[in-house]
Design a protein around this ligand. Structure first.
Ligand code: MLC
Ligand code: AMP
Length: 503
């Protein structure tokens, strides 16, 4: 047996002198150099006591070493869980404990805050910094650039990505080697990537988009990417004449359009701009084409399924739609019972294919709620599919806010707010935001006897929740609008406050 994912993405290129990463300072890292660093990290994880199937949690800044550690896990058969760098120690504690991770790797600056978290969960802690520093990097430096690749089959687990739910705590979506590989190979073909491509990579590497879509596609194509630490539109513009493609969330495109120097000439060398993770406004699509002559290619996916649909490369890239099902992926629009609806009717989108995950880690009942026995996954997105097959996402059946491509589950914030002294009840909902697409707003109803202390509430939010989840406004109201069943009518709240950031 071989290692499905490692062999296809890296093993075959172990001697390839061509560049894989271009760092913004001009440094190039070839496939051969990267493969050696990956082997060193595979060895370092093994020497830290991890065996195949064990979990390794990492909350590290974006860097070539961070990526090498992730691929080192794949080579050593270790299941990795990449965590948003914005998560607080409270949030990390849950992921480490829930996954049973034996090793937590964090930025050196977070070691003091996270040592107790690791201890509490019975895990060890190592550090990895963005500048090649950290205890794990030092250990890796001492190890050989070869590692006996651990055999792993297509159905073996490769990664857990945690995704919050509309009720309760986050769930670890279990992704197999073949989930990731099959999707990467499909996308290379569908989007016509080859070894001459240079991708502008400015996404974080702890989510599907930046890791499994962007990075795996580049590796599978033998192409290269400019590895920016974060989005900086001016840096993108500097590199654009040497690049061919960009993948981003809609905020990337609105911020690029805010750059006066971004035009046809600046983007003349680019062949493809891809958007996803959140709805791209048809207006942004039109403005982008008018300014650059490029039609953005929008696609649709999720943590549990990788990519499901995409606008075509050659055919019509239709603004406001997410295109057609990818080869090998089946989609259907259904009613609540899973009965397929006629074309053009609005229902819940369900998807099936080799891309669909295995289930939620140690949560069989949650898995059963969302993954049907016949393999269709209930996405929770409201959609229509036209007679010509194009899918349009028209809304969400799930209570979710997407801010700049990050998912925020109102339930998580409401639970915290409801626990605060003086708060009778709360509701959190998303309203349009010019930069992030949507932003969360909280409304609070005070208890009769004691008014809530907003400063203390803000402090409680700071301690528990990553900053991107913080409500952009907290507003006191007399009562929450409810329907006759007693359910809070968030649509009324959204309508009442829709101009808060755009008015
Ligand atoms: C950062 N901040 C955000 C935010 N990103 N707040 C709300 N929403 C966001 N998305 C906050 C920070 O906490 C900080 O708060 C302040 O904004 C500035 O931080 P920053 O790091 O300088 O922000 P910036 O670089 O401007 O980041 C914005 C962004 C980034 C849009 C470029 O969020 C981003 O790269 N988003 C991509 C997310 C992504 O990869 N999603 C894919 C998920 S996978 P303060 O208070 O300290 O000032 C998926 C599946 C699929 O969905 O289909 O792809
Ligand atoms: P996540 O759980 O972070 O993977 O987020 C997945 C969700 O992002 C999907 O269920 C959709 O609601 C949303 N999403 C992803 N891509 C698009 C898109 N192109 N248009 C609209 N929504 C999208």
């Amino acid at each position: 047996m071989t290692n499905t994912l490692y062999d296809h993405l890296l093993g075959a290129q172990a001697d390839n002198p061509a560049p894989f990463l271009h760092l913004p300072d001009g440094t190039r890292i070839s496939y051969a150099q990267f493969t050696q660093r990956v082997a060193q990290f595979a060895g370092a994880a093994r020497m830290s006591g991890l065996h195949p199937g064990d979990r390794l949690a990492l909350q590290v800044e974006k860097s070539a070493d961070a990526l090498a550690l992730i691929f080192g896990c794949i080579q050593a058969g270790i299941v990795f869980l990449p965590l948003n760098t914005g998560y607080t120690a409270d949030e990390i504690a849950y992921f480490v404990e829930n996954s049973g991770a034996r090793l937590l790797v964090c930025d050196p600056a977070k070691a003091d805050a996270l040592t107790p978290v690791a201890l509490q969960a019975g895990a060890t802690l190592q550090t990895l910094g963005a500048n090649g520093d950290g205890t794990l990097a030092r250990l890796a430096d001492t190890l050989p650039g070869h590692f006996a690749t651990e055999p792993r089959g297509p159905d073996d687990l490769a990664a857990f990505l945690y995704t919050s739910g509309t009720t309760g705590r986050s769930k670890g979506a279990m992704l197999t080697q073949n989930n990731l590989l099959s999707n990467a190979l499909t996308l290379v073909d569908h989007w016509r990537f080859d070894s001459s491509d240079v991708l502008l990579h400015a996404l974080p590497i702890f989510h599907t988009h930046g890791l499994f879509v962007a990075t795996n596609v580049i590796l599978a194509a033998g192409a290269s990417m400019v590895f920016f630490p974060k989005l900086d539109p001016k840096a993108l513009l500097d590199w654009m004449p040497r690049a061919t493609t960009l993948m981003g969330v809609p905020t990337f495109y609105t911020r690029l359009l805010d750059e006066p120097g971004f035009d046809r000439t600046a983007s003349a060398n680019m062949r493809l701009f891809i958007s996803g993770s959140a709805p791209l406004l048809a207006e942004t699509h039109r403005q982008f084409e008018a300014r650059t002559g490029h039609r953005i290619l929008e696609r649709y996916g999720m943590t549990e399924t990788n990519m499901n649909t995409s606008n075509p490369y050659d055919g019509e890239r239709r603004a406001g739609t997410v295109g057609l099902p990818l080869p090998g992926v089946e989609v259907k629009v259904c009613d609540d019972q899973g009965q397929e609806l006629p074309r053009d009717e609005i229902g819940i989108l369900e998807v099936r294919g080799p891309n669909v995950f295995k289930g939620y880690w140690q949560m069989p009942e949650k898995t059963a709620e969302e993954l049907r026995p016949d393999g269709f996954f209930i996405t929770g997105d409201l959609a229509t599919q036209g007679a010509d097959g194009y899918v349009t996402i028209v809304g969400r059946g799930k209570d979710l806010v997407i801010s700049g491509g990050y998912n925020i589950y109102p339930k998580e914030i409401e639970s915290l707010l409801d626990d605060q002294p003086g708060v009778l009840e709360s509701a959190v909902f998303g309203v349009p935001h010019p930069d992030f697409g949507e932003s969360p707003v909280a409304v609070l109803v005070a208890e009769k006897e004691a008014a809530p202390d907003l400063e203390k509430i803000t402090a409680a939010i700071e301690k528990s929740l990553a900053r991107f989840k913080h409500p952009k406004r907290i507003i006191m109201v007399d009562a929450l609008p409810r329907n006759t069943m007693g359910k809070v009518q968030k649509n009324i709240l959204r309508d009442s406050f829709q101009d808060l950031f755009t008015g």
